[in-house]
Design a binder for this molecule. Structure first.
Ligand code: NAP
Length: 689
């Protein structure tokens, strides 16, 4: 039988003994043996730190985002290899789509987030600078930089591709190398996916390793620069988080454990309502996708007592329509569990549940398969009147199993939901905004995500059971207390945030971003005449002045239609506690400022694409004289585009040097001809727009 290989220290490693056998979920035939025997785990962790870490940290966030994009595109191109293998896990084509294409999609999503939301540099600035000395000579800022360790991921069996990729994407983007340890029953699929990634030669050496089989003494070699991302059962989580690597050496530990997620039908969403139909349909979907082996699956179905019979009948009837059988058959809607051992565990959990709940339905026809050889199981619906019995709220049957539970009012629904002890997600089905508010705010402390459904999102909701790369995935308490993905939040878990204190010039040099109080270089001519490559941080202009007149204000009011009293009504403006007289429009101040700092001729500045952080600090009165201090604050190269983004610190000052407006002006500035894809001869038309 084939021995699964691990990818260790840049080479494929074949175990020196047979190891544990895994079997085909449909036929029961052996698939492969899994063992990590012969791996030197100390060297494996060291290789990640000594080779992978430096390779990744030498790249910027944007360069690493580009790797993720290539990797995602490569997996999409090669996906059929993975689909072919995925059937052996019991998954239908639709189930595998979530795992394979959903996983590759996470890579692409993080690639795009990294490019749009992270700087093209090796550190991330966190928040605004803090001024620590009254005269501004001593300031502080927070920087976040990648940890110098390794991210070890220990995954559950149910999503052999997605489970690895949703952890890999933020780690790689952050610049931290990864060791993937898949769950044994489906490690053959993860191994095939990692093989595709390694063959592509997209990643630098040491960025990715794979351990098929047990982790040996790996945790003994982890410490404070390392991360452990665990997905699996609460019992394994409890074991791993007690390891000295976590308790004594402070390795970062993130858990995604099991949870008994709820769906709550609103009291007004009875039979005949769109919300009722959506609710029934989602419960059936969640019970049967991946044969219910999803951490987010709906395990508890909370229904107002008055709708309990109708909801039970509707869910049972819809389950009766689900075609269960060979996952390779395109007609099949629900395939097999991962193994007959898993089925034994699920049936044991059903037996526990049936001590306090009645089985409504637990049989079906199995199409074109031998349900004894393969790990097939009928969707099983239970119903409980004994609502607070702990078994119903704490027994996870990790298969196509849910329990319908009656509730009396919103407070009761909130209480029952909380008996799960913390869950990944709950869904609320109601058309009533007040009920949505009461239920959502009532249960949010117990959940990582709340999914609110009414008729208006019938075709657009992304679904109860779908964690999204841009949303937090995790939950408190029993769900493990962890947090994954959530856009850049997931990246930040792999970074160390450091408060850096010093002079403004030092902090500018350290961070690469101009800090308030730092030197302005006013001797380089008009900065809009400099192309991206010749423009230094701190290059600045203090413009000529411009006196604001009443005519300017009235002309602006007339051309824009903005006749707000503070600009146009002398008496009312004089009575205003804020203005004490007529003032210029804030937008007029911005427009006049642009008139002062813009260089009119064609030049490297291609476009002005917005302003950030704009504040009008003081009123501007007719007769006030304005100047602008414009300083090159931040540069972000757009690789291959021929330009970079430049943010300018803009301070509009009056004749007393008071700041009346402060903001960042965002521009695109061309590279030197021939650099970064810029045309050999400059063809831009300059100015702002
Ligand atoms: P599991 O038995 O806890 O195993 C999870 C992982 O831990 C596997 O890779 C397993 O490896 C490994 N492991 C077990 N004992 C270990 C030890 N002593 N040291 C190091 N690693 C160890 O869970 P599972 O049966 O694979 O997955 C099902 C459970 O995961 C369900 O309870 C489900 O709710 C939960 N889950 C949660 C999420 C989530 O995001 N919250 C997602 C999916 C699944 P081996 O397979 O090699 O033993």
């Amino acid at each position: 039988m084939r021995r699964l290989e691990s990818f260790i220290q840049g080479a494929w490693h074949t175990p020196d003994c047979e190891g544990m056998a895994t079997s085909h979920a449909v036929t029961g035939e052996p698939v492969a043996t899994v063992s990590s025997s012969g791996i030197d785990f100390e060297r494996t962790a060291a290789y990640a730190r000594e080779v992978g870490g430096p390779n990744l940290r030498s790249m910027t966030f944007h360069e690493r985002a580009a790797l993720l994009k290539q990797l995602g595109q490569h997996l999409f191109a090669e996906k059929e290899t993975l689909y072919d293998l995925s059937t052996a896990t019991g998954a239908t084509r639709a189930d595998s789509w979530i795992d394979i294409e959903g996983g590759a999609g996470v890579l692409l999503s993080y690639a795009s987030k990294g490019r749009r939301e992270l700087p093209n540099s090796t550190i991330l600035l966190d928040g605004d600078p803090e001024i620590l000395a009254r005269d501004g000579s001593f300031i502080a800022t927070h920087i976040a930089a990648p940890l110098h360790g390794v991210a070890v991921q220990v995954n559950a069996f149910n999503f052999p591709c997605w489970g690895a990729l949703e952890k890999l994407a933020p780690a790689l983007l952050a610049g931290v190398p990864t060791i993937i340890k898949p769950a044994t029953p489906t490690a053959f699929l993860t191994e095939a996916m990692v093989r595709l990634m390694i063959q592509s030669e997209i990643l630098p050496a040491g960025a990715l390793q794979l351990v098929c089989g047990g982790v040996g003494d790996l945790f003994d070699h982890l410490g404070g620069q390392d991360l452990i991302g665990f997905t699996g059962s609460a019992s394994t989580a409890a074991l791993l988080r007690a390891h000295p690597a976590v308790l004594e050496r402070s390795a970062r530990f993130n858990t995604e454990a099991d949870s008994l997620n709820a769906a709550i039908l609103g009291s007004g969403s009875g039979p005949g309502s769109t919300e009722f139909d959506l609710f029934v349909s989602e419960v059936v979907t969640e019970m049967t996708v991946k044969a219910g082996q999803k951490c987010t699956a709906i395990r508890r179905v909370l229904v107002p007592h008055q709708h309990l019979n109708a909801a039970t009948e509707a869910v049972a009837a819809a389950l009766g329509e689900v075609r269960v059988g060979d996952p390779a058959d395109p007609e099949t809607e629900m395939g097999a569990l991962v193994s007959t051992a898993q089925r034994t565990e699920v049936l044991a959990a059903v037996s526990t549940l049936s001590g306090s709940a009645t089985v409504v339905t637990s049989s079906c026809e199995f199409h074109n398969v031998d349900p004894q050889r393969g790990a097939f199981m009928a969707p099983t619906l239970l119903r409980s009147e004994n609502t607070t019995n702990p078994d119903v709220h704490t027994t996870e049957a990790f298969g196509p199993v849910s329990t319908i539970i009656g509730y009396s009012d919103a407070a009761d629904a909130v209480h029952l939901t909380s008996l799960g002890g913390g869950s990944l997600v709950a869904s609320v089905y109601t058309a009533d905004p007040a009920e949505a508010h009461a239920l959502t705010t009532g249960i949010s402390a117990h959940h990582g995500r709340v999914h609110v459904v009414d008729a208006s999102v019938a075709t657009t909701s992304t679904g109860h059971g779908s964690p999204l790369p841009n949303l937090v995935h995790g939950g408190p308490g029993r769900a493990g207390g962890g947090e994954e993905m959530g856009g850049l939040r997931g990246v930040r878990h792999h970074l160390q945030t450091t408060a850096v204190q010093g002079s403004p010039d030092m902090l500018t040099a350290i961070t690469g971003e101009w800090m308030p109080g730092s030197t302005r270089h006013l001797d380089r001519g008009h900065p809009f005449k400099l192309n991206f490559d010749d423009l230094d941080i701190g290059t600045a202009i203090h413009t000529d002045s411009r006196t604001v007149t009443l005519d300017d204000i009235e002309g602006f009011a007339e051309s824009t239609g903005d006749n707000f009293y503070a600009h146009m009504d002398e008496e009312a403006a004089a009575a205003s506690p804020i203005f004490g007289g007529r003032v210029a429009h804030g937008y007029l101040v911005l427009a006049l400022a642009a008139g002062l700092f813009v260089w009119p001729d064609p030049g490297p500045v291609l476009a002005n694409y917005g302003v950030d952080r704009c504040r009008f600090a003081k009123p501007t009165y007719p007769g006030d004289t304005l100047t602008v201090l414009l300083t090159c604050k931040r540069k972000t190269l757009r690789a291959g585009s021929g330009y970079g983004e430049v943010a300018w610190d803009a301070q509009v000052l009056n004749q007393d040097d008071d700041v009346v407006a402060a903001y960042d002006v965002l521009t695109m500035v061309a590279n030197r001809p021939g650099v970064n894809g810029a045309p050999p001869e400059q063809t831009n038309n300059g100015g702002d727009n």
